[in-house]
Design a protein around this ligand. Sequence first.
Ligand SMILES: NC(=O)c1ccc[n+]([C@@H]2O[C@H](COP(=O)([O-])OP(=O)(O)OC[C@H]3O[C@@H](n4cnc5c(N)ncnc54)[C@H](OP(=O)(O)O)[C@@H]3O)[C@@H](O)[C@H]2O)c1
Length: 267
Amino acid sequence: MRILCHDLEPLPPTIEAVADPPTEGGEGPGERTVRDRLYGSPRPAPDGRPWVLANMVAGLDGSLAVDGKVGELSSAVDRRLFVHLRGLSDAVMVGAGTARAEGYGPVRLPPLVREQRQRAGRPPTPPLVVVSRSLELDPAAPMFAGPVRPIVLTAGAAPGDRRAALAEVADVVVAGEDRVDLGTALAELHARDVDVLLTEGGPTLLAELVDDDLLDELCMTLAPVLGGDPFTMAVGGGARRLARYALASAAEADGELYLRYVRRTFS
Ligand SMILES: NC(=O)c1ccc[n+]([C@@H]2O[C@H](COP(=O)([O-])OP(=O)(O)OC[C@H]3O[C@@H](n4cnc5c(N)ncnc54)[C@H](OP(=O)(O)O)[C@@H]3O)[C@@H](O)[C@H]2O)c1
């Protein structure tokens, strides 16, 4: 893995020669070093809500899935980055569409990462947060069976019987009447000590975060493939305004680009 650009500090254009300690994860030379340096920048929580960071993978045509699932777009390096970003976060949020399509399980981190988090005074594993109005979520699904109690963000209009069933296995938080008001929901998560919120999509939820001006950072893997399903990064949003982002870093491995964009703020 090599760095193409990084605007936060001067670095050599490539640090492929930096040898990381051996791991069982099959990391290429320098991969962990690159990840630590590029993705370790501060993420200060804005007033009253967490810093919101999205991690997505797309093909060259912007496609987000192949036959309804992310799997074929993702590489081993991308999957390690996925875990790394989870390790940096205080909670991992997904829309119910993604949780259903991907058969989400609870968040799992490697023992070393859990230990590092605990040494830093943080919970070893971040909770999963699922956003749903319909609450068409099976309480017996694997995502509700992990060691950390998940959070379900829903609206007042959600069916009461499903709400009661899910309350057995998750903290059900009502934020908004007809749909989840993401500003209210994020404030609620912040009150639960979530300073860095990772969202893993999907496109409907991401579009709403952009529309509500709540997306601080996008970590995007651009996979060198064409021909996936015909839907892209953010769908269904009202596109009320264009949100602008600045490139914070770019790295490459095997033709795949790892781009990190941070929201541009104008004074
Ligand atoms: N390439 C990638 O990085 C990536 C990442 C994630 C997902 N994906 C793909 O994206 C597809 C899923 O797309 P999607 O748009 O359905 O996913 P999504 O954004 O995860 O889910 C949409 C659902 O989330 C809930 N939701 C979102 N905003 C809400 C709000 N404000 N209030 C209440 N509920 C809200 C609703 O659930 P209810 O219907 O339960 O009310 C809605 O139907 C899958 O094929 C998946 O593989 C790709």
